[in-house]
Design a protein around this ligand. Structure first.
Ligand SMILES: CC(C)(COP(=O)(O)OP(=O)(O)OC[C@H]1O[C@@H](n2cnc3c(N)ncnc32)[C@H](O)[C@@H]1OP(=O)(O)O)[C@@H](O)C(=O)NCCC(=O)NCCS
Length: 153
């Protein structure tokens, strides 16, 4: 069983392991610290029954606009529905926080993440040339209108 709950400062070490396993340029400890402490941000972790953290995700909310910064699952734990659970938890927090539009960037080649976001109603709204490094790649900008998304359900 996986439990998705709020991220605390004590989780940062374990979350950094997930991040290193997931991205070519992982975030620093300080970046996570600032995100967890920020009143604008909401971060969650996916935790196994043993307490092991196997995924995380988060966003920041400004007015009613949301930016999902990251969602990641430990490599060996992918394909088991954990990414979906994290995204669902984030969307619930967005609704509670009064967010209306959810934006995110994704690597053009990231088929797993694109499929996950499209399955939740995100739509392609643009791209940013050469946005990513290591390797250099375009970002796709995806957006979800929460009210439209809820009406679709
Ligand atoms: C993207 C990521 C978070 C998905 O997490 P996950 O736990 O493996 O995803 P889930 O098992 O919940 O799958 C959810 C959906 O994603 C899609 N998906 C997941 N893995 C996929 C793959 N290898 N190929 C294609 N689609 C895939 C499917 O639509 C799947 O739904 P389905 O099982 O009903 O078909 C994970 O692959 C990851 O951590 N990747 C590295 C970090 C990253 O790229 N994050 C996104 C940054 S924008």
């Amino acid at each position: 069983m996986i439990n998705v709950r709020k991220m605390f400062l004590e989780d940062i070490e374990a979350v950094m392991k997930v991040d290193k396993d997931s991205f070519s340029i992982p975030w620093s400890r300080e970046s996570f610290f600032l995100e967890v402490e920020s009143p604008l941000s909401s971060y969650v972790v996916a935790e196994e029954e043993t307490g092991r953290i196997v995924g995380y995700g988060g966003f920041y909310l400004i007015m009613d606009q949301v930016e999902i910064t990251n969602i990641a699952v430990l490599g060996e734990k992918r394909g088991q529905g954990i990414g979906k659970s994290i995204l669902e938890a984030l969307i619930k927090l967005v609704v509670v926080g009064g967010g209306k539009i959810v934006n995110l960037d994704v690597r053009n080649s990231n088929e797993a993440a694109k499929a996950l976001y499209y399955s939740y109603g995100f739509k392609l709204v643009g791209s940013r040339k050469g946005y990513y490094q290591k390797p250099s790649e375009d970002a796709l900008l995806l957006s979800l209108d929460i009210e439209e998304g809820l009406l679709d359900d």
